[in-house]
Design a protein around this ligand. Structure first.
Ligand code: NAP
Length: 257
């Protein structure tokens, strides 16, 4: 829906389509994309690690995040990157301009793929990042991967961390339809703090509803999805497409349905 919208708006003859391959069939398909008429693509679960191994070149974003979800060609070389850090930060810049106050302290909940992308993007913008995760060893491993400006914690550190936070980001599936809500009391959070939830179904999670009710600026996860799509589109078609209110409304209506 997203890429179809941009292709139509820009008058580009092309298609973005779903191709389903088993792990056994993936490598053959993936290394023959151009032969099959593709200029590139996105890769999702469970093929991101295979894509990481199979591309001819990974950029620094893919290396830092440890996963490839976007590929394109430069000449005959298949290039790999990860669109999530771009999507994460472009959405934050758009919906909460000025979030990156000097000495910005960000608290990221979760230590999976989304948290890794968020931590990388926040570090690139000079934030101090605290990762709080159910499994503290995974938070510590992520912190060790990124170095001095990232610290790992268990969820029990949240009461202390949130009082100092300029930005609080949920990168766990908690709050998503079918999952329990994220049980966190935002009580001591600064009034100026921004609350960001990468979950986008529902559009306003219980965490965002709580933040909105106490007057904090909020950022939902749909814009991250839209902006990360733009990253791939630019690689394939040479133009960074606009995330317009019209596109957002189209996708929002689909989510509500
Ligand atoms: P993931 O790699 O599987 O990581 C999940 C993380 O959530 C882990 O840190 C896990 O903790 C934690 N977690 C899971 N269930 C939990 C629970 N019941 N209580 C506490 N912590 C729990 O998943 P992911 O790819 O990072 O995705 C996370 C969420 O982000 C998903 O809802 C996904 O849809 C969303 N997302 C959105 C976008 C977007 O464009 N808006 C992009 C990417 C992802 P443990 O380490 O303890 O297991």
């Amino acid at each position: 829906m997203i890429h179809g919208y941009w292709l139509a708006k820009l008058g580009i003859a092309g298609r973005y389509e779903l191709v389903d391959r088993t792990p056994e069939a993936f490598a053959d398909f993936f290394t023959q994309l151009a032969t099959n008429g593709y200029v590139g693509g996105n890769i999702t679960v469970p093929h991101k690690e295979a894509a990481y191994r199979l591309v001819d070149h990974r950029d620094s974003i893919a290396e830092a995040v440890g996963a490839v979800n976007t590929v394109w060609y430069e000449g005959s070389r298949l290039m790999g990157s990860n669109s999530d850090p771009h999507g994460f930060i472009a959405n934050l810049d758009e919906l909460a301009p000025g979030w990156d106050v000097p000495g910005c302290r960000a608290v990221v909940l979760g230590a999976g793929g989304a948290a890794r992308s968020a931590a990388y993007a926040l570090l690139e913008r000079g934030a101090e990042v605290a990762i709080a995760n159910r499994t503290v060893e995974r938070a510590d491993a992520l912190a060790a991967h990124f170095g001095a400006h990232v610290r790992g914690h268990g969820f029990n550190a949240l009461p202390a961390l949130r009082a100092d936070a300029d930005l609080l980001v949920n990168c766990t599936p908690l709050g998503m339809v079918g999952k329990p809500p994220l049980a966190i009391d935002l009580g001591p959070l600064k009034a100026s703090a921004v609350v960001y939830d990468v979950v986008y179904v529902p559009l306003e999670t219980p965490l965002l509803a709580q933040a909105r009710a106490r007057g904090n600026r909020i950022v939902d996860g749909l814009g991250m999805l839209l902006h990360q799509a733009g990253f791939g589109f630019q690689k394939w078609f040479g133009v960074l497409p606009k995330v317009t209110p019209e596109l957002r409304a189209l996708v929002e209506a689909d989510i509500r349905k």
